[in-house]
Design a protein around this ligand. Structure first.
Ligand code: NDP
Length: 343
């Protein structure tokens, strides 16, 4: 196996100093340097090229002790290796956190996803950053969440909240390819225009400027059969009251509550009449449920891209020092498609 001469490597990493309270603050994280030791048997060293900033990071960081490296995934290049299965020059996808250089013991899985770093599949001349989006965790969330939870049928109507983000824009395109009427809900006119003019959505509703209930009744007088919920809160209640009998709801995310202290939120029971009278099936899911089918999702999404059936967009922030701004920007809706940081 190929190795480079061992010289001292310094990693930069963001350490979690405080749990985020309401809005995350830059001082909740601290950028520090760490000297990495020489590689041991089977280990390899990677250098980050692209980072993902994802909504789950906001609530999930609380599950870890203060002082850990901020959680997150990255595309990284192997720059030194004592492992023939991970040769220098190849790229991996790994939940390694917000850090520029990492020594990987291939037997170790991360403590959040319980997933080992894996080689980026051969995606030809497509950008490697897609391994964090349409060809990675968000892509698999869209693929498995829609097909396995919503179980969509041609001719049905689906509503997707958080529609112009990484997961939502992907879900809408698969649903459209399957012959559904697709309605997206998102937070700007620019996003609505992108969804209907470029992503093939039939309608898009700007929840910041339009009355969602009234607009949904206008564009879906036939009622809603599937709801792919990325946001929770009022938007979701509104959609669920317009669902048809035996509708299916995939609870994928709840970003409208991520900045709140969950204990302080009202424990509402007002959804039960909609669920009961419309006999809805409501199911939450976490994509790691399908870790054993991970490659299936990636390969199917890759095939759809190559066939021109699946499009993607990234909002790329440059610079490791801008990780925090990219993260907050994504939580505020500044991204269209997948939010990425390029080192
Ligand atoms: P996005 O790319 O969609 O980015 C987040 C978006 O959320 C923002 O762009 C913003 O768009 C929207 N948003 C922010 N605050 C609010 C709010 N208060 N109400 C409504 N929308 C809001 O992120 P992802 O595609 O990566 O993730 C989408 C959802 O899916 C998240 O909730 C995430 O946690 C969840 N998820 C769940 C997984 C699972 O396994 N269950 C796996 C991956 C993601 P806008 O301008 O429209 O407001």
């Amino acid at each position: 196996c190929s190795t480079q001469s061992s010289k001292m490597v310094k990693a930069r990493k963001y350490v979690v100093m405080n749990y985020f309270v309401n809005e995350a603050k830059p001082t909740d994280l601290k950028l520090v340097e760490e000297e990495l030791p020489p590689l041991q048997n089977e280990e390899y060293l990677v250098e980050a090229e692209f980072f993902s900033v994802d909504p789950y990071m906001r609530p999930y960081v609380r599950n870890f002790p203060l002082g850990i490296t901020m959680i997150g995934s990255q595309v990284a290049k192997i720059v030194e290796s004592k492992n023939p299965a991970f040769p220098v020059g190849k790229r991996i996808i790994g939940n390694l956190g917000w850090r520029t250089h990492t020594i990987i013991d291939p037997k170790t899985e991360d403590s959040f996803f319980k997933q080992k770093p894996y080689l980026l599949p051969d995606i030809g001349d497509l950008p490697p950053s897609l391994g964090l989006g349409v060809l990675g965790m968000p892509g698999n969330t869209a693929y498995f969440g829609l097909l396995e939870i919503c179980k969509p049928k041609s001719g049905e109507t689906i509503v997707i909240s958080g529609a112009a983000g990484a997961v939502g824009s992907h879900v809408g395109q698969i649903a459209k390819n399957l012959g559904l009427n697709v309605i997206g809900i998102c937070g700007s006119d620019e996003k609505c225009k992108w969804l209907t003019e470029e992503m093939g959505f039939d309608f898009a509703i700007n929840y910041k400027t339009m009355p969602v209930a009234a607009r949904l009744r206008e564009v879906a007088p036939q009622g809603v059969d599937c709801y792919f919920d990325n946001v929770g809160g009022d938007i979701s209640g509104t959609v669920m009251y317009q669902m048809n009998p035996f509708g299916r709801v995939a609870i994928c995310g709840s970003i409208s509550s991520y900045n709140a202290d969950i204990k302080s939120l009202p424990k509402s029971t007002i959804l039960q009449p909609a669920i009961l009278t419309n006999q809805l099936k409501v199911e939450g899911f976490i994509v790691k449920r399908w870790l054993d089918r991970w490659n299936e999702g990636i390969m199917q999404n890759l095939q759809w891209i190559r066939e021109g059936k699946l499009r993607y967009r990234e909002t790329v922030t440059k610079g490791f020092e801008n990780m925090f701004d990219a993260f907050i920007g994504m939580l505020h809706g500044e991204n269209i498609g997948k939010a990425i940081v390029q080192v």
